[in-house]
Write a protein that binds this ligand. Structure first.
Ligand SMILES: Nc1ncnc2c1ncn2[C@@H]1O[C@H](COP(=O)(O)OP(=O)(O)OP(=O)(O)O)[C@@H](O)[C@H]1O
Ligand SMILES: [Mg+2]
Length: 262
């Protein structure tokens, strides 16, 4: 892990119309970590992710990417650094899976360039990793929800980003693919120094995969740090109004929560 703050927000505020949804949010994300953003529905997680992708326009000097104001990056420059897997995916054009995945190479191509051998190789690798290679000639309008989500993750991997921002990347996936995708991301963070910023709802996934989490509630960071430190029965009660117990996973040795279903 390189000691570099790759994403920094400084007293970030955001309002939609007159309603404040992010309140003084200051976070530091370290290079090569798997960072989770957690919090209840409506807490501001997607908004925060969109801001650090420059999809919502912030004031000068409130977000730094690799130490430089996000406002000073061109769109293409930023697309070579950051890839995005959105929470809701709408694609209604008639492209094949392979064509969509290859779109991840766009930031690296000149205006009239065609993809080269290496572009196809990366796309093929990404489709294999996410288990969609067998679907490569299928139209994306004809995929299941989970297949489409994995195609969008494959496109983001094909972008070979430095930062990958994912908004509930496992929300449509079956349990095998949930673990598979999160494990691929963790391994890329460890081996390649990819920085992962993922909005996660599954607290147990956060406990297993994240190096660091930010817990948002009503637009404010209520706690941050290692998931073992942040996720306590008190916090789960305060933020989610849920009574939980913490146990130890016999396979991994990591903590996990259990709760009463009553
Ligand atoms: N385009 C918009 N216009 C107005 N209000 C919005 C808009 N997008 C989100 N909001 C509001 O901002 C708040 C934060 O929304 P956001 O999507 O960031 O929440 P979230 O933490 O991602 O929630 P979820 O877990 O449900 O995805 C919510 O109260 C939401 O209703
Ligand atoms: Mg959201």
């Amino acid at each position: 892990m390189i000691d570099e703050v790759i994403v920094e927000t400084k007293n970030l505020n955001w309002s939609y119309n007159e309603t404040k949804v992010l309140d003084n949010v200051s976070i530091d994300i370290q290079f090569g970590t798997f960072t989770g953003i957690l919090g209840p529905n409506g807490a501001g997680k997607t908004t925060l992710l969109k801001l650090i992708l420059n999809l919502l326009k912030v004031e000068k000097n409130s977000i730094l990417i690799r130490g430089k104001d996000i406002k000073n990056y061109s769109r293409k420059e930023l697309a070579r650094i950051e890839a995005y897997v959105p929470q809701s995916i709408k694609m209604d054009f008639n492209f094949t899976v392979e064509q969509v995945v290859l779109m991840g190479r766009t930031p690296f191509l000149g205006r009239f360039d065609r993809e080269s051998g290496r572009d196809f190789e990366i796309a093929e690798w990404a489709m294999k990793e996410t288990g969609v290679l067998g679907l490569k000639n299928k139209l994306i309008t004809q995929l299941s929800g989970g297949e489409l989500q994995r195609v969008v993750i494959a496109r983001a991997l094909t972008q070979e980003p430095i930062i990958m921002a994912l908004d509930e990347p496992t929300s449509h996936l079956d349990i095998h693919h949930q673990i598979n995708i999160l494990s691929i991301l963790r391994s890329l963070a460890k081996k390649e120094g990819l920085t992962i910023v993922a909005v996660l709802h599954d607290v147990n996934h956060a406990l297993e995969y994240c190096n660091n989490i930010f817990l948002l509630d009503q637009g404010k960071i209520v706690d941050s740090g290692s998931p073992e430190k942040v996720i306590t029965p008190e916090v789960m009660k305060n933020v989610y109004n849920l009574d939980v117990n913490i146990k130890k996973n016999p396979f991994t040795g990591n903590p996990y929560i259990v709760h009463d279903y009553a």
